[in-house]
Write a protein that binds this ligand. Sequence first.
Ligand code: IPE
Ligand code: IPE
Ligand code: MG
Length: 261
Amino acid sequence: MKNESHCSSTQVIPETGILPVHVAIIMDGNGRWAKKNGLPRIAGHKRGLESVRTVVKACVNKGIPYLTLFAFSSENWRRPPTEVHLLMELFANALESKAKKLNDNDVCLRVVGDTTRFSSKIRMLINRAENLTRDNEKLNLTVAANYGGRWDISQACQKICAEIRVGNINPDEVVEQDIKARLSTRFLPEPDLFIRTGGEKRISNFLLWQLAYTELYFTDTLWPEFDNEAFDRALRSFTKRQRRFGQTGDQVIGAQQIKNA
Ligand code: IPE
Ligand code: IPE
Ligand code: MG
């Protein structure tokens, strides 16, 4: 995928009634789905991969070019060691078995997060899948793994500090754009639609900076049950919203009328 520069969505007001360009999802509820079905938690995570497939396909078919999925948070290491171990195994298997399929479907895969904490095998599989799919253009699929919004902002600040030290940046002139350009998601436009499944109404340290003006959608549907219909419901909810970015509703309608005239 070519590196494109996108205007920050807090500066450019997109049209109302159209599909989102970038959808970001917290895939939550795997454990509860497993419990409800009398299965071990890992069965819920495995089943969750089916929903990943559904949503990836749907984005490809609908022409939604950016999809970001929260797969493992920087706080998820606090889970029982066996669950963490099984999740790592699942991640490695998925990277290994799905890379070719993603490539065949013109999907560009990227992993964001502090990958230094992963095993060398997982890091190798990430590199391999990213390199294999790097020139694909149909869908930018970003997987957030060992990701934390606070980590992302902190590592961007560290990079800025390092550049200040060598004289590349004047500390008095640091602006939003300098931080944005050093986030792990710098190659993505800001998300238009955020979806969290599983009923919780929180961000759980996902894209803290990037979600500043994202439309938020929460559903009780558990991630393994999130199907095409559930995704369509989220998209319909999005298309009905008026994004104002600080302006009044009349200003937004006026600007749209001028554009469509
Ligand atoms: C989300 O499902 C997947 C990960 C965090 C890895 P959960 O495992 O959090 O499912 P619940 O919240 O326990 O149902
Ligand atoms: C958020 O889900 C992380 C992922 C889906 C990867 P959690 O289930 O870990 O979130 P909390 O702990 O309930 O906030
Ligand atoms: Mg959860």
